[in-house]
Design a protein around this ligand. Structure first.
Ligand code: NDP
Length: 309
């Protein structure tokens, strides 16, 4: 019998695209929870999955995130003891670099201020700084963060990065652990968050972090909404401590229509679009991993469940 993959995804479009892409492989079977063969599945591919998934389908032996992050699996699935794999996608890394580069240019070349000036028919030139005088700090130097940091450095920016363990990256000054966090923040004009969301990083973008940044800094949050204490950000912008924030991820998505971040001066809201993997890429990696699983080979791109990433 061919290995069976169950799709548990709360996004109808992604679910049907994955059903189609996984269905192209003739050496696996793909099903939805309502299908009669769902009880045969060894692997579940998940995005905000049913939290009772393992009660309903206790035969599932491994979980595959349909994304780079795994926080959306939720505590009960992450604590289940099953191996968890995730997506690592070169196109997604490059897409994130493009998004962050736009955010950095927006700040560096004063496009944010210039767009505001246009609304008042104000003709004003800002002094043009060379890229190496703009200091960009990347929180999280994993698959995506390391690509973003080195890409920005190649573009000429003065880049630093912060991770849990010490790292060496070409043309990037690196900081690690809690003891080096403030030193990292103090020398950053544009702070980019690319951490995974877990117990250690929940709420890390808060008042004390903003105070450690130089006045006039810009925040780019492309990690997760749960990293940000929204009220602290609004206050840091209203007092003028921070100049701007580009936010791609939110605690509630879609961002509710009456949410104050839509209209806070200095905030750019984007709809969790910084970078995504194609359904074909997700299906390719899930297919590869389910075949490895039935051959008793270790899954690729697994997380350490004790660390939450
Ligand atoms: P990785 O797991 O590859 O890297 C995580 C990085 O964060 C590592 O460098 C790790 O340090 C560091 N880190 C983790 N915990 C801590 C901590 N407590 N203190 C300091 N550093 C820490 O993740 P990816 O690069 O693949 O993805 C990062 C996140 O980006 C995803 O989890 C997701 O939330 C977000 N994302 C957002 C997208 C969007 O469209 N907005 C798209 C894709 C991803 P170390 O290297 O020492 O282990």
């Amino acid at each position: 019998m061919s290995p069976t993959v169950l799709i548990s995804i709360d996004d109808a479009e992604l679910s049907s695209s994955l059903l189609m892409e996984l269905g192209k492989f003739d050496d696996i079977t793909v099903c939805l929870p309502q299908d009669s063969n769902a009880g045969d599945a060894q692997m579940a591919v998940c995005w905000h999955p049913d939290q009772a998934l393992l009660d309903k389908f206790p035969q599932i032996q491994c979980l595959h995130s349909a994304a780079a992050g795994v926080d959306h699996l939720g505590q009960s699935l992450l604590a289940s003891g099953l191996p968890v794999a995730r997506i690592v996608d070169p196109d997604q890394k490059q897409g994130m670099l493009e998004y962050v580069l736009w955010c950095v240019l927006n700040h560096h070349r004063d496009f944010d201020r210039t767009v505001k000036n246009q609304a008042q028919q104000r003709w004003h030139l800002y002094p043009q700084l060379p890229a190496n005088e703009v200091r960009v700090g990347v929180m999280g130097l994993g698959e995506i963060g390391a690509h973003v940091a080195t890409g920005l450095a190649q573009f000429g920016y003065s880049v630093s990065g912060w991770s849990r363990r010490p790292k060496q990256l070409e043309r990037v000054s690196t900081f690690s652990g809690p003891s080096e966090f403030t030193g990292f923040l103090e020398q950053v004009d544009v702070l980019v968050n690319l951490l995974p969301l877990n117990q250690a990083t929940q709420g890390i973008l808060n008042h004390s972090l903003f105070q450690a940044l130089p006045k006039g800094a810009c925040l780019v949050n492309t990690g997760r909404g749960g990293h940000l204490v929204e009220a602290d950000l609004i206050s840091a912008l209203e007092t003028g401590w921070l100049r701007s924030a580009v936010l791609d991820v939110f605690t509630a998505e879609p961002l509710p229509a009456d949410h104050p971040l839509w209209t806070t001066e200095g905030v750019i809201v984007t709809p969790h679009m910084a970078s995504s993997s194609s359904a074909a890429m997700i299906a390719h990696q899930v297919h590869h991993n389910v075949l490895r699983f039935i051959k008793d080979q270790p899954l690729l791109n697994t997380i350490d469940r004790t660390l939450g990433y």
